[in-house]
Design a protein around this ligand. Structure first.
Ligand SMILES: [Mg+2]
Length: 123
């Protein structure tokens, strides 16, 4: 069920935000789009999300650091970790090893249907 599920999307690529935003809207999800880690941290403070999509490479705070911060904050608040799906344009990257500790990694360009199926497995 998509109704009422809250999704946070973090990506510095405006096209990814637009594409995922349109899809999530169409499918009835409640979602927020963050174009940088700092914005995502603020949203995560205000809203109890059900899942997060995060880009790995971003100009300021990278996606892994942003997720690490969010999950640490949740731990302090006695909340369980949120499911995370990373999306990345880089096939092999040392930062992936760190990302794998927090969630699944999906490569760009991604198939939208597959992405939604993967997401629903976590909800
Ligand atoms: Mg990026």
């Amino acid at each position: 069920m998509s109704i009422g599920k809250k999704v946070l999307v973090i990506d510095d690529d405006e096209l990814v935000l637009k594409t995922l935003g349109a899809l999530l809207k169409k499918q009835g999800y409640d979602y927020r789009l963050a174009d940088q880690g700092e914005v995502a941290l603020q949203y995560a403070k205000e809203i109890e999300f059900d899942i997060i999509f995060a880009d790995i490479r971003m100009p300021k705070m990278n996606g892994v650091d942003a997720i690490n911060f969010i999950q640490e904050q949740r731990k302090k608040d006695n909340k369980k970790d949120l499911p995370v799906i990373f999306i990345t344009g880089y096939a092999e990257d040392s930062i992936h090893l760190k990302a794998e500790k927090f969630g699944e990694i999906i490569q760009k360009p991604f198939d939208l249907d597959r992405l939604m199926i993967t997401m629903r497995e976590y909800l």
